[in-house]
Write a protein that binds this ligand. Sequence first.
Ligand code: WTA
Length: 646
Amino acid sequence: MSEHKVYPVPESVAARAHVTQAEYEAMYRRSVDDPEGFWAEQADRFLDWFEKWDTTLDWSFEGDVHVEWFKGGKLNVAHNCIDRHLAEHAEKTALIWEGDEPDQDQHITFRELHEQVSRLGNVLKERGVSKGDRVCLYMPMIPEAVYAMLACARIGAVHSVVFGGFSPEALKDRIQDAEASVVITADEGVRGGRKVGLKANTDKAVDQCPSVHTVLTVRRTGGDIGWNDSRDVWYHEAVEAASADCPAEPMDAEDPLFILYTSGSTGKPKGVLHTTGGYLLYAAITTWYTFDLQPDDVYWCTADVGWITGHSYLVYGPLANATTSVVFEGVPSYPDASRFWEVVDKHQVSVFYTAPTAIRALMREGDEPVTKTDRSSLRILGTVGEPINPEAWEWYYHVVGKEQCPIVDTWWQTETGGHLITPLPGATELKPGSATRPFFGIVPALMDTDGHVVEGEGEGALVITRPWPGQMRTIYGNHQRFVETYFSAFKGCYFSGDGARRDGNGDYWITGRMDDVLNVSGHRMGTAEIESALVLHDAVAEAAVVGYPHDVKGQGIYAYVILVKDAEPSDALRKELVNLVRSEIGPIASPDAIQWAPGLPKTRSGKIMRRILRKIAANELDSLGDTSTLADPAVVDELINNRVTG
Ligand code: WTA
């Protein structure tokens, strides 16, 4: 089994790396023995403060749960990502934009970034946005998306980026929850040669959002859009007219920086709130060590700004380190399966960070689209978002990286702000499929079902027992839900929702979610959200959604649908249901398989036995377990006999 394969740190990498294995061990020890001393030093080293903090850390993982880092310290995130680099790096490229079409690109220097962000900051202020106000971003992968995030940070507004693939309905929910006053969008997005009507979607959403008084629209394609004079403003006109002088607002370290909605096992997506000082420090330090950043790196994270990876590792982490960051508008398969590697060659990318689902999709296309490119600029490869299967890891390592590039398999979450478990290139022996060791200051533990700590080799629920600067502070507007979701399962610990195994060397292997959260192509979604969408249809009485193993997506979406008495199953109805999910959530949540079910396996007390539904969807029929306690055991056979393949 390749599980047992170990790739030692190449000497050439260790010789030049920020930390070797011995240095990692020593620094890790220090970070957990004296966390306050360690983090205070790093905060001085990685960030520029207008005023020093009073208290390094104040926390409790019990009771009402609170975490505060560097309280009283004053800083500004945009200042740290731009202004402080101007003295030495004004003409350095901050962003390389690579458009959907291979002949479109643009280099933006730190000086230009400073001007664009300042102008937009002033536009927002002129529209009445001030410190603490929420601004919603619904944007394609264009430089203006980065400007908008940084402009909010510059004036102390709180951004809420909503992934451009979400539907108007999903956008509306997020705008309403955050009570955003401004939405920044584009006329249309372009991905893989196809256009997405972002402004049209925004119009539909905003019609139901009384809090929104301004919609700023970037002209990306020039396509036809609707216009409402009382709230619509062209981005380019407003920015041109605004002053380029916009002082960075001094923010408290614990002032909110952004809200990002993410799915849980129940209810509507929750607004994960990150604050200023701790988040930026954690994004900066993890980017530095995990990718072993070098001054002349061209760093490319393929994530969309609509996800946490786009926040921490496309915008804030790289820019805080004055690193050149690539913003890619397109998709890996357009115009063809060589696109990633052609972009790597074109911009001489040295650090490349993507999701296992993209690797698996490209692996299917064979080696040739990769091997026909050069890729000699690559130094470090990374993956994020879901467990990477050893086969995909090996392919990434041997074919893409030509056995020259360490792969950092980074485990973390929207909630954690940055990497929690990850190899460091110069310090960690690599094992395909293992995220390996905790980052500095991170103290993981595995818990058994009785809530006892699993020592040494073993498996359990993955929790974190101590605070770290990048962790979320609350769920926006619902602190109680925050406490219940993350701190109630295991007393005094942050519960990640993931399970993990620790091997005899102390390396962690993430086994996946233990709750009803799905991970489809690295996109996180809750089964409950999809079920709520399905039952909106008049013909649907009940629905249960589970994930099942999918070769490319990691997980596929399998829906069991029970129709009301007089409704008849049909292909047309199946289509209507898929469309309903697309319009309620977005295309990423479309079910891969819908099974018309006569009933669901339930306990006598009425609880759906999801374990059985998962097994049937996965076609693991030998291991269904005991079904005799079900209210109606016969339903299981009916479900098995009518199983559909996704
Ligand atoms: C999963 C993405 C295995 C995990 C940064 C987690 C991973 C969820 C890995 C968070 C990894 C992320 N190995 N699983 N390297 N990285 N996950 O919030 O289940 O979109 O809980 O954050 O993705 O997804 P989220």
